[in-house]
Design a protein around this ligand. Sequence first.
Ligand SMILES: NC(=O)c1ccc[n+]([C@@H]2O[C@H](COP(=O)([O-])OP(=O)(O)OC[C@H]3O[C@@H](n4cnc5c(N)ncnc54)[C@H](O)[C@@H]3O)[C@@H](O)[C@H]2O)c1
Length: 277
Amino acid sequence: MPGRVDGKVAFITGAGRGQGRSHAVRLAQEGADIIAIDICHDVEGALPMATAEDLAETAKMVEALDRRIVTHQADVRDLDALKAALDDGVEQLGRLDIVLASAGVAMMGGRTDKMSLGSWTHTIDINLTGVWNSARVAIPHLLAGGRGGAIVLTSSVGGERAMPYMGHYISAKHGVIGLMRSLAVELGQHNIRVNSVLPTNVNTPMFMNQGLFRAWRPDLENPTADDILPIAQAQHLLPIDWVEPVDISNAILFLVSDEARYITGIELPVDAGTLLK
Ligand SMILES: NC(=O)c1ccc[n+]([C@@H]2O[C@H](COP(=O)([O-])OP(=O)(O)OC[C@H]3O[C@@H](n4cnc5c(N)ncnc54)[C@H](O)[C@@H]3O)[C@@H](O)[C@H]2O)c1
């Protein structure tokens, strides 16, 4: 049986681990070849990023599915590096159909008047300008292919509503939705669809880390994932604490497949109902 994205090529940012890796594997299971990039070095003030070994592991997982993958270390803030990586991937794999802008960071927050300029700037540069860069390098390839295409920009439930002390992240994720709508309006005539996914808590290092546990349970000295369960569950309508990366990948797979051929310009929450609470 043919896969749901058979013969297509997908460009995925932040593919070294977490959701980006999961998207690479899930799309490869459905027949796509992958162009995967990740920064593979740390950014001041952010959690440790994926490593070169992580990105190599993503490649192994895709190749184990008999699909091709081209990997490059590139920072989404660096337009030239991103362009060079994607151009090389398209040259090797022959085409581009799907673009998934998943790379992102969660930096130290704080009340707006106390947040450092560095924290604000790094977050906006990676989580918003990085997404804009990813679209900018990909659009010429999609247009040149003449076959249309599908772009999914990863926002967050924080793209729809605010949380305290996260003004940088919330602003960037709201901005991603504005960018998604702008791209949908501009590219629809070329049969290029553009949508966003809005995840709730996802079981990846961005969520599962000591800094977040401490922020949520400042009353405990060494909180663990178990200690945040009641808070995490209370966020959702469904009786769960967080979702798995593959839950986001499955939503994205739908959006980029022909099953969603007339869907463009939407925000798709994968949020266990949190936006209704
Ligand atoms: N984990 C969650 O709870 C959650 C919830 C809502 C939205 N999101 C969003 O989902 C996306 C994926 O996050 P994740 O959960 O997989 O987290 P993650 O930290 O596991 O993965 C993020 C990946 O992006 C890469 N990256 C970071 N900055 C980069 C840069 N400048 N250039 C290239 N690569 C870079 C990292 O190395 C890492 O591999 C992010 O945009 C995040 O904001 C996450």
